[in-house]
Design a protein around this ligand. Structure first.
Ligand code: OFO
Length: 167
């Protein structure tokens, strides 16, 4: 495996792992704050990111590369309110999307069409996740500081979390 691609894939393993821990911290914050629907949503997002990380670990190993299990930064675990929580979510997704574009760019430079092909799954996944994060934040911006709005938001997002679990 090309060294620069291997390095980028290992970075990507770290970003997915970091996102998984970040969403776990967000789930825990929501759980302890009484937003059970939001908690379920982020517990499930955390699982998803972990699955993304493992998919990369297996791929690098299959291709004969060397996987580095990463050291992670401490996740942000305290939030002012739901808006701040979902702003962090969107930022995290946008960051990951950017990094994936970087990997894709390098694959084209190195003419590694195998990795390029593998990464397409991540491109699609990021599109969906970023769109979802943006929609949820838009909803929260409409709700503003209305407490009953937050209650309904929490109830609605529980349905999204339940459908994710069935996937
Ligand atoms: Fe790994 O899908 Fe978002 O970050």
């Amino acid at each position: 495996m090309n060294i620069s691609i291997e390095k980028l894939l290992n970075n990507q393993i770290r970003y997915e792992a970091q996102a998984s821990m970040q969403y776990l911290a967000m789930a825990s914050w929501a759980d302890s704050t009484g937003y059970n629907g939001v908690a379920d949503f982020f517990y499930s997002q955390s699982e998803e990111e972990r699955a993304h990380m493992i998919k990369l670990v297996k791929f690098v190993n299959e291709r004969g590369g060397k996987v580095i299990i990463p050291k992670l930064e401490k996740a942000m675990d305290d939030f002012e309110n739901l808006n701040e929580l979902f702003e962090k979510f969107l930022k995290s997704e946008m960051f990951v999307t950017e990094q994936i574009s970087h990997v894709i760019y390098e694959c084209l430079q190195q003419k590694d069409y195998n990795v390029h092909n593998f990464m397409q799954w991540y491109v699609t996944e990021q599109l969906e996740e970023e769109a979802m994060a943006r929609t949820l934040l838009d909803k929260l911006n409409i709700i503003g500081s209305d407490k009953s709005g937050h209650y309904l938001f929490d109830r609605d997002i529980q349905a999204i979390a339940a459908s994710q679990e069935q996937e």
